[in-house]
Design a protein around this ligand. Sequence first.
Ligand code: FE2
Length: 293
Amino acid sequence: MTYLKFPEEAREAAAANQFDSPAVRAFRHDVLTSTDWVEHGLAIIDGIPVADPLVGGEYAKAVSSSLGSLLPQDGAGAQIREVRYRGLKLGEGATGRYSDSREGGQFHTDGPHRPNDAPDWFALLCIRQAAVGGGLILILTEDLIKRLDPDTVAVLEEPFLFDQREDGTAPVSRPILAHQPSGRWHVNYLREYIELGHRHPLGQPLTDRQAAALDAFDAQIAEAVAAPNRIEVKLAPGQMAVIDNRRLLHGRTTFGDDPQDRDRLMLRTWVRELVPVESAAGAAPTAGFASDR
Ligand SMILES: [Fe+2]
């Protein structure tokens, strides 16, 4: 794993909304052409000051908006979400989320329940880590698909319902697996939100073949998690992981079994990839990017 730096010149330019500055462009290029990013959809930036979480949050926004467009993470438009134990379990009540809990497992992508597109990437900046557990485990979807039978893949390419985790909203309908023109597969997944979506008063129950396909998918995920070559990263304070949310499922190892060790805090951002102008407009290549910042 190679650790990247966020140069001070890039931070200053990003703070001034100068996202086309040479320093920001060089940083973006370094991240997106790094071997870890190209092969595994993961980049880690270290050396971010986090003694003051508010300063850490400004860095998290600057790094994320240097790479793409920051997305809101809730109905109120928050660009930073604190991922920490809030005494909740995943799926608890009307709004309990994975990011409020401390248990491991439940491999997922972030924001599969967003009403528009899920985030392309997400980033986690470690402010405080747990002494035990709290590691991030990443599973490449293309490795799972190689081991699934074609019938299961076909079912997973059909729409499923995802509970939005907001009171008074209808479930979102989208496929779990989507084959891209590039040949890559994109994934949207969080089993508990799918179960909740299909039990929602505005949803329909899962069919037997949908439930069987989910079980087969979960079985392959469990095998990948148990494999010795799984990707596992335990971020240290000041380290920020940027993760390709379309190619990878992620989960963590359980933390906080010891009540004294529940203070883990990550700051999360959701990011939309910048689309090169030439592919957005179908025009001749230029140096710029289309963006919805
Ligand atoms: Fe997540």
